[in-house]
Design a binder for this molecule. Structure first.
Ligand SMILES: Nc1ncnc2c1ncn2[C@@H]1O[C@H](COP(=O)(O)OP(=O)(O)OP(=O)(O)O)[C@@H](O)[C@H]1O
Ligand SMILES: [Mg+2]
Length: 232
């Protein structure tokens, strides 16, 4: 489904080209649940932003279902991103003074769905994350775990092919963390491709394959771990 070939990302720091990612290769197959782990500043979010087409690599190739992403113009990139990719962030990125249903509807504002179809979709995704009873509540009045469920509902409302979650449980207590991970597992069980970034060992274990970044390159895999795949 997705192929990254020889991806590098450099930024200019104090007049020198500092590498953040170096020669990263990655294949993600449809329906996969991949965890990307690694210490702080190892490049996890940078890689996630490239996968999510929020950032462009300095060099390398990115193929998404046969489309060469780097060749698309910015309007087509935005359209591709809206249709194909859902994001979930540690800090939720919801609009605090809007209601739950208004937040969930945001990705539909640019779509051609009728009002009735929108309502149906909002109801469906809120049900999937168990938050139907909070539809009219304002985001500011929700707990962290509840906010993240709403962020997941918003991320899946356009039925994206790929779900990217960057440290989605970083701000949550252990009970909410468990609930959020269960939602991811159930989405993956229904065929959604998920890439989860975390430095939490326990959270990372949810992935069916685990890769580790260290200083912007893949860390050597540990052959004793059955989950660590070599399918780079
Ligand atoms: N736009 C940028 N300009 C300069 N440096 C950057 C930029 N983006 C990222 N970096 C640097 O690249 C490195 C990797 O950052 P990144 O955010 O990808 O790490 P991370 O693995 O997600 O860390 P964390 O676990 O703390 O979120 C860091 O040293 C960071 O300071
Ligand atoms: Mg990060």
């Amino acid at each position: 489904m997705i192929e990254l070939k020889n991806i590098s990302k450099k930024v200019v720091k104090a007049d020198v080209n500092a590498p953040i990612l170096s020669n990263i290769d990655l294949c993600i197959t449809k329906g996969e649940f991949l965890s990307i782990m690694g210490p702080s500043a190892s490049g996890k979010s940078t890689l996630m932003n490239i996968l999510g087409i929020l950032d462009v690599p300095s060099s390398g190739e990115y193929i998404f279902e046969g489309t060469n992403i780097i060749s698309l113009n910015s309007r087509r990139l935005a359209d591709f991103r809206n249709r194909k990719i859902g994001f979930i962030f540690q800090s939720f990125m919801l609009i605090p003074r809007l209601s739950v249903e208004e937040n969930v509807e945001v990705p539909l504002l640019y779509s051609k769905w009728s009002q009735a179809e929108r309502r149906k979709r909002i109801e469906m995704v809120l049900e999937q994350v168990g938050m139907t009873h909070k539809a009219k509540d304002l985001i500011v009045n929700l707990s962290g775990g509840q906010k993240q469920k709403i962020a997941i509902a918003r991320a899946i409302i356009n039925e994206p092919e790929l779900l990217l979650a960057d440290e989605p449980t970083g701000n949550l207590d252990s009970e909410s963390k468990g609930e959020i991970l269960q939602i991811f597992q159930s989405l993956n069980g229904r065929g959604k491709t998920i890439v989860l970034v975390t430095h939490d060992q326990e959270v990372g274990q949810i992935g069916k394959r685990i890769l580790t970044l260290k200083d912007g390159v893949w860390a050597k895999t540990d052959p004793s771990s059955s989950k660590v795949g070599a399918m780079l």
